[in-house]
Design a protein around this ligand. Structure first.
Ligand code: C5P
Length: 206
């Protein structure tokens, strides 16, 4: 069984995906981390983020052991990831890895931007998570501060809005709700209520 969770930056989809995977004993893949890892590799080697050939090469040879690098969580890497992820050859290079992950038993939860629309269009369950941009900015700011990173809420909000704009308007695999995805508005839900709402959605289609 595949559960596809998509939504904009800081909507809470990652937490929901992790909790759903734990609940059902499924494997979890945060696909944003993959794009972040590509962006981080380019930033640290000084390669232009729009150099599609080099970026695709990095994507093809990516080592999943690098995915738990804490440096990938920063706002800078997130923004760079949204630039790199608009490059068609980078996306193409990463499709097989994601589909392969999704197809392994006993089941998988993948979260990202194009899981329900492109990577796993036949997923048994699709959830599209949204939340008010100001609430997302508040959450991201608190997270950054708790990691000891400086964060200014207005700047975080501007970054989130710019990222939404890029992710929704790129020609390839734009962020959008799949026609058969269930909308979950996470603006006013605490984590436990959000998890319960997501489990209810899964149970309804199981
Ligand atoms: O979800 P996260 O903020 O970690 O994603 C970083 C960036 O990676 C997103 O802004 C988006 O541009 C890109 N991304 C994507 N497709 C995915 C996951 C992430 O384009 N499936």
């Amino acid at each position: 069984m595949i559960i596809a969770i998509d939504g904009p930056a800081a909507s809470g989809k990652g937490t929901l995906a992790k909790r759903l995977a734990a609940h059902y004993g499924f494997r979890h893949l945060d696909t944003g981390v993959i794009y972040r890892a590509v962006a981080h590799a380019l930033l640290t080697t000084g390669v232009d983020l729009k150099d599609e050939a080099r970026a695709a090469q990095v994507a093809l040879t990516l080592d999943s052991a690098t995915f738990d690098n804490p440096a990938l969580k920063s706002q800078t890497v997130g923004s760079a990831a949204s630039v790199v992820s608009a490059l068609p050859k980078v996306r193409e290079a990463l499709v097989a890895f994601q589909r392969q992950f999704a197809s392994q038993p006993p089941g998988a939860v993948l979260d990202g931007r194009d899981i329900g629309t492109v990577i796993c269009p036949d997923a048994a369950v699709k959830i599209y998570v949204v939340a008010d941009p100001r609430i997302r900015a508040q959450r991201r700011t608190l997270e950054a501060l708790s990691r000891g990173e400086p964060a200014d809420e207005a700047a975080v909000l501007a970054d989130i809005l710019a990222r939404d704009e890029r992710d929704q308007n790129r020609p390839i695999a734009p962020l959008k709700q799949a026609p058969d995805a269930i909308l979950l508005d996470n603006s006013h839900l605490d984590i436990e209520s959000g998890v319960r709402a997501a489990i209810d959605i899964v149970e309804a289609v199981r």
